[in-house]
Write a protein that binds this ligand. Structure first.
Ligand code: NAD
Ligand code: 2HG
Length: 526
């Protein structure tokens, strides 16, 4: 049973995919509501009001996924979520059209003084001479950030006869040509535009990118728009440039602090504002809610998600192909973790045969997730596996090899510590399942599941009998037993499986037997 917390106002109609789940309890309350038991929440859905920070995440040890019903994830501490292995998803395009339309509406309103004029009419005034506007036709619109919203805005603005200059370091010349816009350096956008609008995410690089220095490069009489994120345009600098009459006006939907409270910009009549309404349409809210609700449900039902911020996107088709290897990779990582007793400094994974053609990076992360399971306090999964390895100084290597040892596919994992190393190889046999076919120099064949006992011993008469006798004395039923050796009289291994875990006292007796080199209890669970 899953518990899903919808912490902000999200369209009820769009939440249907979650409401229809018969194994989920849906709670629609603020995360700060004392009635909410944060520790049981599996999935959290938010818009921008809930600040998903480390402090909140620490109260949610069961949390597996955070969904942002919108684009910007700046209200979520993604790094903190990643460290804890929590998947973060968003709805990247559900509100694109609405926000582009809102930006366009703000631009038109700004140029024709619509909000100010509207207010005077309502005040029973008729000030026709005060509101001389400016046409959009023939003007140059500078767009900083030519992503989804920038692109939609450009299309609409072109239809109004505007010229478009764009600065986006990730925009290729080909794409700019296709969109009919001029891609140029930021200074050229600043110098030549009549109206400048920002559509980037708020990042360390874009924070304050329109500062005094940038404003000083603009034309006198330029207009500014910000319907992306507060802080991309420095509010103090903008207020200064409006104050000296250099900037002719600004339209703002977003603010450095929201709600903004007292703000130096609000004293100017030529500044118009809306309270972060870009995505506030019925259509956008339904779109984003439906997108995240579908994704959260897919995720909880063990399917891949497409709009993750911190997990590589993987299609359902590809995931179906890697699913058997995915489970086996986790199992092998988990077996290694229980057999190598010291810290490791290197983990290398070699893929061969058909598996080498699949998304192996995902399998490498699954191996690490299995390795870290029960070794460290945080839950490690594909989201934080590489980061966790890096933080612990473990080098992770991935290789493709042509030699698949006669199997259709195989994955070989070698872990190296300071003193020891351990190698395990698995193959997946269709209609039969995963098999471990090699352990530390020995060919073997066992199913990596359940309660296992792995014994490395000398190949001498009586060893197997002595192990069997102790197990028999303690009424322990051996479910399966596999043996392997390199040469007669040398070292050998046996892998036994039981219906229930081996008790400590039985295990202790086995460790004291003659001719045993090493012995490990292994539990391989989901
Ligand atoms: N006002 C609202 O309600 C509302 C609604 C939706 C989105 N947004 C915000 O609008 C912004 C754009 O959203 P989007 O969906 O178009 O995002 P997007 O990811 O599609 O586009 C962002 C673009 O910015 C570009 N970019 C990144 N860094 C840059 C830099 N330093 N200089 C220039 N360009 C840079 C990227 O290459 C990308 O093309 C985001 O900040 C988002 O949070 C606001
Ligand atoms: O939730 C909202 O209304 C705002 C969404 C918007 O800022 C976004 O980044 O998608």
């Amino acid at each position: 049973m899953f518990t899903i917390l919808i912490a902000d106002a999200i369209s009820e109609e769009g939440l249907q995919p979650l409401l229809e789940m018969d194994n989920a309890t849906i709670i629609q309350k603020k995360a700060s509501d004392p009635e909410v038991s944060l520790e049981v929440i599996d999935a959290l859905l938010v818009r921008s009001a809930t600040k998903v920070n480390d402090e909140l995440l620490n109260k949610m040890p069961n949390l597996k996924i955070i969904a942002r019903a919108g684009v910007g994830v700046d209200n979520i501490e993604v790094d903190a979520a990643t460290r804890k292995g929590i998947v973060v998803i968003n709805a990247p395009d559900g509100n694109t059209i609405s926000t582009a339309e809102h930006t366009f509406a703000m631009m038109a309103s700004l140029m024709r003084n619509i909000p100010q004029a509207h207010q005077t009419v309502k005040n029973l005034e008729w000030k026709r001479n005060n509101y001389l506007g400016t046409e959009l036709f023939g003007k140059t619109l500078g767009i900083i950030g030519m992503g989804r919203i920038g692109t939609e805005l450009a299309k609409r603005s072109k239809a109004f006869g505007m010229m478009i200059k764009v600065f986006d370091p990730f925009l290729t010349k080909d794409r700019a040509a296709k969109l009919g816009v001029e891609s140029c350096p930021i200074d050229s956008v600043l110098q030549d535009s009549d109206i400048i609008t920002v559509h980037t995410p708020l990042t360390a690089e874009t924070k304050g990118m329109i500062n005094e220095q940038a404003l000083s490069k603009t034309k006198k009489g330029v207009f500014f728009l910000n319907c992306a994120r507060g802080g991309i345009i420095d509010e103090q600098a903008l207020a200064k440039y409006i104050g000296i009459g250099h900037v002719a006006g600004a339209a703002l939907d977003v603010f450095e602090t929201e709600p903004p409270g007292e703000n130096p910009l609000f004293k100017f009549d030529n500044v118009i504002a809306t309270p972060h309404l870009g995505a506030s349409t019925k259509e956008a809210q339904l779109n984003v809610a439906t997108q995240v609700a579908r994704e959260v449900r897919l995720f909880l039902e063990n399917n891949p998600v497409s709009n993750s911020i911190n997990l590589p996107a993987i299609s359902k088709d590809i995931f179906e192909k890697i699913r058997p290897f995915h489970q086996m990779s986790k199992q092998m990582g988990y077996i290694i973790s229980q057999c190598i007793k010291e810290g490791i400094r290197e983990l290398s994974i070699t893929y061969s045969g058909t598996v080498a053609e699949l998304e192996t990076s995902y399998l490498t992360k699954a191996t690490l997730a299995g390795f870290f399971k029960n070794r460290i306090a945080v839950n490690v999964n594909e989201v934080n596996a590489l980061l966790t390895a890096k933080e612990r100084g473990i080098t992770v290597g991935e290789k493709i090899s042509a030699d698949s040892y006669g199997y259709a596919n195989c994955i070989t994992v070698t872990a190296k510590g300071e003193e020891t190393s351990f190698t395990i190889r698995g193959t997946y046999i269709e209609h039969y399942g995963p098999r471990i076919v090699y352990l530390n120099g020995f060919n073997i064949d066992f199913l990596p599941e359940g309660n296992l006992l792995y014994i490395q011993h000398m190949d001498r008469p009586g060893v197997i009998g002595r192990v069997g006798r102790i197990l028999g004395d303690y009424s322990i039923n051996i479910a399966t037993m596999q043996v392997g050796r390199k040469e007669a009289g040398g070292e050998a291994i046996m892998v036994l499986s039981f219906d229930k875990p081996l008790e400590d006292d039985t295990f202790a007796l086995l460790t004291k037997l003659d001719d045993i080199v090493s012995i490990n209890r292994i539990t391989v669970s989901e």
